[in-house]
Write a protein that binds this ligand. Structure first.
Ligand code: PLP
Length: 362
């Protein structure tokens, strides 16, 4: 399907020394070290997508008038490659990332990319940097495809030149504390409004979440929770993770997609796994007041956040200006752990993959 895409390969002339790499791979952290290579593909009106290249990782030259630097035409994706016990490598649902990338591109007036080209770019990078898989438990190779508007033009309109890049970073555990459950702060700020860019994975959404997140940190919390823009009442998501709620009556709830929530691939996968566990799955609105009441009455047993980087993270405590409350035991819940284990086992190839979510690379 993708055999015809010819990538130029420019191997690194002086790749990272083996002992330096080994030290990184034993304790990679998250997002702070990058592999030896990157992939770039250019787009212009005349040529479309062209010049796919695997090259040494390094700085890129940008015209100071490049549109991305002024009007933030930028989108990204995040997915992980895993090394299986048999030594082979695999991606988890990369076509879903490709589809979402194109949905983000459409919202930001950027060119869409053939799904096969998106996936092939990732394959090429993983092949070039196959020695960069962490050796720690729970490690993976985090892949960050993104696209920027490179045209030098200060007029306000969609740019006519873009660059697509994939970089890779060995990843250990996302939360530095390794805390069993996180504490979240309910923000007064809004992440996304109806008609806005909340469903697009764009850097601008993250820029706008930094002040609310800093406020959460300053108050001693780990993450920020955003409510809806109109009524400031309905739970939407965290700055970069979707939310789930587990009830004593055997149901599980997550807020419905609808333009203001990022359609997480982890979210979608967990909805499927929850159905298979026999839970009643509800994609319904849920208010912060109801959450507080259900936590107090015992109707709500567990809550967790999910996303590619941290996979599944229990929520133990919630705070807003009215006070704080504990969720369930305040620690990791039973079903949270079960769903996480099921998902991770599929992702890492230690359980069967009945949904065809895993793409073996070699
Ligand atoms: C990427 C992202 C998520 C999680 O999506 P996954 O596909 O599960 O990684 C959730 N919320 C926001 C705002 C995101 O950017």
């Amino acid at each position: 399907m993708t055999a015809d895409i010819a990538f130029t390969r420019l191997p690194h002339p002086a790749s990272t020394a083996a002992e330096v790499r080994a030290a990184v791979l034993a304790d990679p952290g998250f997002g702070k070290t990058f592999t030896d290579h990157m992939v770039t593909i250019d787009w212009s009106e005349a040529a479309g997508w062209h010049n796919p290249t695997v090259m040494p990782y390094g700085p890129i030259a940008l015209d100071p008038a490049a549109a991305v630097l002024h009007y933030a035409q930028e989108i990204f994706e995040g997915l992980k490659a895993y090394r299986f016990n048999d030594g082979g490598t695999a991606l988890f649902r990369p076509e879903a990332n490709a589809r979402r990338f194109n949905a983000s591109a459409a919202r930001l007036a950027m060119p869409e990319m053939p799904e096969a080209l998106f996936v092939e770019a990732i394959r090429q990078l993983v092949a070039a940097d196959h020695d960069w898989f962490p050796t720690v438990d729970g490690g993976s190779l985090y892949l960050r495809p993104f696209m920027i508007a490179t045209e030098a033009f200060l007029g306000v309109r969609p740019a006519k030149q873009y660059k697509f890049i994939v970089i890779a970073s060995p990843a250990g555990n996302y939360f530095k504390s390794g805390a069993p459950a996180v504490s979240i702060w309910v923000s007064d700020y809004t992440r996304a409004a109806p008609g806005g860019t909340g469903a697009a994975k764009c850097g601008g959404n993250y820029a706008a979440s930094l002040v609310p997140t800093a406020e959460a940190f300053a108050r001693g919390h780990d993450q920020v929770l955003f409510l809806d823009a109109a009524e400031h009442r309905w739970i939407e998501e965290l700055g970069g993770m979707n939310l789930f709620f587990v009830f004593a009556n055997g149901s599980i709830l997550t807020p419905p997609l609808g333009g203001t929530i990022l359609p997480g691939i982890t979210r979608d996968s967990l909805l499927q796994l929850a159905r298979e566990e026999g839970l009643t799955v509800r994609e319904e609105r849920y208010s912060i007041d109801q959450w507080r009441a259900d936590a107090a009455s015992g109707a709500l047993l567990e809550a967790f956040a999910c996303g590619t980087a941290a996979v599944v993270t229990p929520v133990g405590k919630v705070a807003d200006p009215d006070g704080e409350f504990i969720v369930g035991s305040g620690g990791p819940g039973q079903l949270t752990g079960k769903l996480k284990d099921r998902l991770v086992a599929i992702q890492r190839g230690t359980a069967p993959d009945p949904h065809g979510w895993v793409m073996r690379l070699d």
